[in-house]
Design a protein around this ligand. Structure first.
Ligand SMILES: [Zn+2]
Length: 76
C-alpha cells in the first residue's frame, strides 16, 4: 500500500512584485511542489485535493498575502 499524505501549507514565498507562491511540506518535513504526485523523499502519495484553503489556515498571514496579490493585479 502507498501511504497517502495531505501536504501542509507552510507559508508563501514572495519575491518583489511577483505573485506569492504557496510553499508546501510533506508530512516527512521536506518541501514538495504542487506538480508532484508523490513525495520524492519518502515516496508518499500527495493528496492535493485535501489541502486546506490557505486563507483560512494562515489567518492574518493569508490576508496579507491576498492584499499583496490585489496590489500586484493593480499594477497590471
Ligand atoms: Zn515525504
Amino acid at each position: 500500500m502507498v501511504k497517502v499524505v495531505v501536504p501542509e501549507l507552510v507559508g508563501y514565498f514572495v519575491q518583489g512584485t511577483e505573485i506569492p507562491e504557496p510553499e508546501y511540506n510533506c508530512t516527512c518535513g521536506m518541501g514538495v511542489a504542487e506538480e508532484y504526485k508523490c513525495c520524492p523523499y519518502c515516496g508518499a502519495e500527495l493528496a492535493w485535493k485535501r489541502v486546506a484553503e490557505p486563507s483560512k489556515k494562515l489567518g492574518v498571514g493569508g490576508k496579507k498575502c491576498i492584499e499583496k496579490k490585489v496590489g500586484w493585479k493593480g499594477i497590471t
